[in-house]
Design a protein around this ligand. Structure first.
Ligand SMILES: Nc1ncnc2c1ncn2[C@@H]1O[C@H](COP(=O)(O)OP(=O)(O)OP(=O)(O)O)[C@@H](O)[C@H]1O
Length: 349
């Protein structure tokens, strides 16, 4: 059995996996219907189906206590994978094991160990105070009264939600509501957290608060977290390792740094000029991304970097020059815009 060996992972974590997917696939049957009345009639008598291959032969393992980012463009298969891992849907093929259970069996012992939070769905009852919804969760998960009170106190302090739990959920701000959703989802103290866009739509301060809470929750309870987010700041702040999925297939499993190295076909060159140079002239050395006064930022393809930089130093009035990796957001955008980049082995090596 192969284990992930990402950078900085303590050796003890390499011995077991909390989440294991092996050739995991999910195909959804969808009906095909030609447009118009004739199409509807034909569809009524002779239904035609096609398979949407939402997840195709995905394999990975996640060790206890790891926080892993799950990246991919819209429709890539992230939510479907999270639903497979939390047992909401049955796999079409392959194996899946989470916390020692086969998720689709939905055993009580399994449900006590996991939670699934979807940023676009809510479980709290709109017209009731969050505290009342927490009571429902406590009953479902059979949490003893003393533990319940202790956990609500502890989590509401970590989430800075004190004083907010006794008013109807509809009166909370979006950020407070999301934090209350997290509190409800974590009352049974799950070991494995599947988080689908937990910061969706939140303002920057609330995003930071949720991020810090998740980091602290992971540290305090050694919880395993698999997290999707369209905000790269969530991923860079929380995850050393990322999985990237594209059109249902896993295209990358490794460190964030390795993702840059593998997928960024260019590097960023920041220059400080001694005197003004026209943009057209700068453009001869690379793609000018920004130019303001004497400062400019260019993208130069990796294979042309050494030659390009030496030429700039020879021909331009350069006062200072620095070569950096491009921002991870730009890299991801580039990967998804250019699918040729994602053919090849899955590795960060
Ligand atoms: N119940 C369903 N029936 C049919 N097709 C589905 C169903 N659920 C998802 N799909 C399709 O499966 C593919 C993967 O969808 P999924 O929701 O897993 O993607 P995603 O990566 O989570 O996307 P997003 O970032 O937009 O949420 C898409 O093509 C989607 O249209």
């Amino acid at each position: 059995m192969a284990y992930h060996s990402g950078p900085g992972l303590p050796a003890i974590l390499l011995q077991v996996s909390q989440i294991r997917a092996q050739n995991l696939s999910k195909f959804y049957p969808v009906t095909l219907k030609a447009p118009g009345f004739v199409g509807t009639l034909r569809h009524f008598f002779q239904r035609k189906y096609k398979q949407v291959e939402a997840v195709k032969g995905v394999s990975f393992q996640i060790a206890p206590g790891e926080v892993v980012g799950f990246l991919g463009p819209n429709g890539a298969g992230k939510t479907t994978t999270l639903k497979l891992l939390s047992g909401l849907i049955y796999p079409s093929a392959g194996q899946v094991e989470v916390a020692g259970h086969q998720p689709f069996k939905r055993e009580h012992a399994f449900l006590r160990k996991i939670t699934l939070v979807m940023g676009n769905k809510q479980q709290l009852i709109w017209d009731l105070p969050a505290a009342d919804s927490f009571r429902v969760n406590a009953a479902v998960y059979e949490i003893p009264e003393a533990d319940f009170k202790k956990r609500v106190g502890e989590l509401s302090e970590m989430l800075a939600l004190e004083g907010k739990l006794n008013q109807p959920v509809r009166k909370l701000s979006l950020g407070e509501r999301m934090k209350a959703e997290l509190l409800a989802a974590l009352l049974h103290r799950p070991q494995v957290l599947f988080l689908d866009e937990p910061t969706l739509g939140l303002d920057v301060n609330a995003q930071v608060a949720v991020r810090e809470f998740l980091r602290e929750y992971n540290r305090r309870y050694q919880a395993t977290i698999l997290l999707t987010s369209h905000y790269m700041a969530d991923i860079t702040a929380l995850c050393e390792r990322v999985l990237m999925i594209h059109q249902g297939s896993l295209v990358y499993d490794g460190g964030l740094e390795g993702l840059l190295g593998r997928f960024a076909p260019y590097r960023e060159v920041h220059i400080q000029l001694g005197q003004l140079v026209e943009k057209d002239r700068l453009g001869q050395y690379g793609e000018v991304r920004e130019q303001e006064g004497l400062e400019a930022r260019l993208l130069i393809r990796r294979e042309q970097l050494v030659g390009g930089v030496s030429q700039m130093l020879r021909e331009l009035p350069i006062a200072d020059l620095e070569v950096r990796d491009p921002a991870i957001e730009e890299v991801i955008g580039q990967v998804f815009a250019d699918t040729r980049l994602i053919a090849g082995p899955i590795t960060d090596g």
